[in-house]
Design a protein around this ligand. Sequence first.
Ligand SMILES: NC(=O)c1ccc[n+]([C@@H]2O[C@H](COP(=O)([O-])OP(=O)(O)OC[C@H]3O[C@@H](n4cnc5c(N)ncnc54)[C@H](O)[C@@H]3O)[C@@H](O)[C@H]2O)c1
Length: 289
Amino acid sequence: MGILDGRVAVITGAGRGIGREHALLFAREGAAVVVNDLGGSNTGDGSDSGPAHEVVAEIVAAGGRAVANTANIAEWNGAASVIRSALDEFGRLDVLVNNAGILRDAFIAGMTESQWDAVIAVHLKGHFSMLRHAAQYWKDQSKAGEQPTAAVINTASGSGVTLPNAGQANYGAAKAAIAALTLIAAEELERYGVRVNAIAPIARTRLTLATPGMGALMAEPEDGEPDLFAPANIAPLVAYLASEKCPLTGRVYAVQGGAISLLKGWHDIATIETDTVWDVDDIAQRLPS
Ligand SMILES: NC(=O)c1ccc[n+]([C@@H]2O[C@H](COP(=O)([O-])OP(=O)(O)OC[C@H]3O[C@@H](n4cnc5c(N)ncnc54)[C@H](O)[C@@H]3O)[C@@H](O)[C@H]2O)c1
């Protein structure tokens, strides 16, 4: 018995890195998986149908169920096609894992419009587009009297929620917005039987190996030591969040090395008040630093 027996899951960016490991574990745990991957470079240039099909072949060879989808989830219709793959191939949808991602790092003063647009498109619009099409399906199911027990797992990042990272204005802004989107979606979709959570992972993948300073933090372990920064070490949390028995919703978890931490966002830490309208000098004197 697997924790995901009978569930149908869509995983974006599942041809490589963290998403690939989600797909392999989900299939081992009994889910039928739509392996979506456009197959481009770190920066999102180009495409290659190979990675998605290779992961599907690996799952099928191990006796699991999977189908490849190579659409660009940054495009509205591409995202719709991924949800359609699940319905056409497996007849239902229970889990959406939004994971696809790219990087186009640059300092703000030199960032180009295309560096900004591409990163916002893949991460923020990609998350929303997938969520939108999946939510429509789950809403229709609910209205038809077949209340789903569905789950969405989004992918935020420490860059955006815990650690402002110079050079990643586009990426950090998208990832912070994904954390906010997660909380709003959890509120909205509960009525249709959908839980929505997010993770902020850290793992050794082509994205982090290309980021200055990150590779050294995630060195391969000595012989016999557990590989805590392997991308496979992220998937168990996501499989649990995807399972029917998980009650959690509206949470954002950091998962890195041997730690899983519940994160909490913006909140008041100091307040000044007035009985009359605000005065600039008054604010200048009293505003907490
Ligand atoms: N690796 C880390 O430490 C880390 C840290 C924080 C957040 N993340 C996030 O985790 C997710 C996975 O990253 P990873 O490190 O495994 O990177 P990765 O490059 O190994 O995998 C990302 C995959 O997404 C695919 N992809 C990119 N754009 C796509 C699109 N438009 N449509 C469909 N597929 C697309 C790529 O082809 C690639 O196979 C990303 O959202 C990333 O931002 C990773």
